[in-house]
Design a protein around this ligand. Structure first.
Ligand code: Q46
Ligand code: ZN
Length: 311
């Protein structure tokens, strides 16, 4: 197979585009997909400071690399989840990347700062681990970004992630969740803007990107992911994509272009009054936010501010 752009021998094939790419043209393909996502959805404005949610995996490191290459002022934020055998090596991949680029990595360690880990938080708050983890990460990304003056938080959700979440929401016709599943969540009311610049790239492409750019990343799956519904949805969509290349992208982009505009006004919480959490000041609908309640149940220490240590 030849590269679609320059006719050199191809090293990566992207079946949904029915195209192969050589190394350089594939990297350029990834850049142009990210450039287009950012432009189409007005994700990042000129001169804005970006905080990239970095896990040490392929998606977040590819995202960070792409944003830096496209000239954005992008720092990383790594949240240590205290997951044995997984969190520490993940942090080392994040540090390794930051070191190789001379980029700034901010670190917040859940056990060190808040006195609990994901497993304990989940048990204490009667949640599955991914729910306790997601709640903790969202809170920390939001607070850290606002406190440190970033304009926007960028996450590494790729096309496969978004299509799998969408499938789950569609199977239940969960209109409120569907309305929130946007490539950009606008900021305001005490929340930073949140963007997903990788929505036009599949998981296989972000992995190939890291390999071709010699980016070392955590290849192990999180041990807490076992039984996660979204993994099943991803597999199901993968099987459909095999039969019909391109259908996954059509499913997701069709939703964004045709369905999301119809869901305006169905966002959960719309019209409810937010007030500052009594413990941490984050916007919430109750006296104390869900994060502070989780921290307390897990026997940890709620914090007024998030101490970030830049490396
Ligand atoms: S890190 Fe956290 Fe993921 Fe592990 S516990 Fe679940 S949500 S699977 S992105
Ligand atoms: Zn709080």
């Amino acid at each position: 197979m030849k590269c679609r752009a320059c006719r050199a021998p191809a090293v990566v094939d992207v079946r949904r585009h029915n195209a192969g790419f050589c190394r350089d043209c594939f990297v350029e393909h990834c850049r142009s997909q990210v450039r287009r996502a950012i432009a189409d959805h007005r994700m990042i404005g000129e001169g804005e400071r970006v905080l990239v949610a970095v896990s040490g995996g392929k998606d977040s490191l590819a995202l960070w690399d792409l944003l830096l290459d496209l000239g954005y002022a992008a720092d990383g934020l790594y949240v240590g989840l205290g997951i044995e055998g997984y969190s520490e090596p993940s942090r080392e991949f994040a540090r390794g990347f930051a070191g190789s680029k001379g980029a700034e990595l901010v670190e917040v360690d859940l056990p060190g700062v808040f006195g609990y880990d994901v497993r304990r938080g989940a048990l204490a708050d009667h949640r599955v681990p991914c729910s306790a983890c997601g709640l903790s990460k969202r809170h920390i990304f939001d607070r850290a970004a606002l406190e440190a003056g970033y304009d926007v938080v960028a996450t590494g959700h790729n096309l496969d992630d978004e299509a799998a979440v969408l499938l789950g929401n569609v199977l239940r016709w969960d209109l409120a969740y569907m309305a929130r599943q946007r490539p950009v969540l606008p900021g305001g009311d005490g929340f930073p803007r949140k963007v997903k610049p990788l929505v036009r790239l599949a998981e296989r492409e972000t992995a190939a990107y890291c390999i071709l750019r010699a980016i070392d990343y955590q290849v192990e799956e999180c041990p807490m992911a076992v039984g996660n519904r979204h993994l099943g949805y991803k597999e199901a969509l993968g099987a459909i994509e095999e039969l019909s290349p391109g259908v996954k992208a059509a499913f997701y982009t069709g939703f964004v272009d045709k369905v999301l505009p119809l869901l305006a006004g169905k966002t959960p919480g719309k019209g409810t009054t937010l007030r500052p959490c009594k413990s941490c000041g984050a916007p919430t609908t109750s006296e104390r936010c869900a994060f502070c309640r989780l921290v307390e149940r897990a026997g940890g220490n709620p914090r007024q501010r998030i101490p970030v240590s830049a490396r």
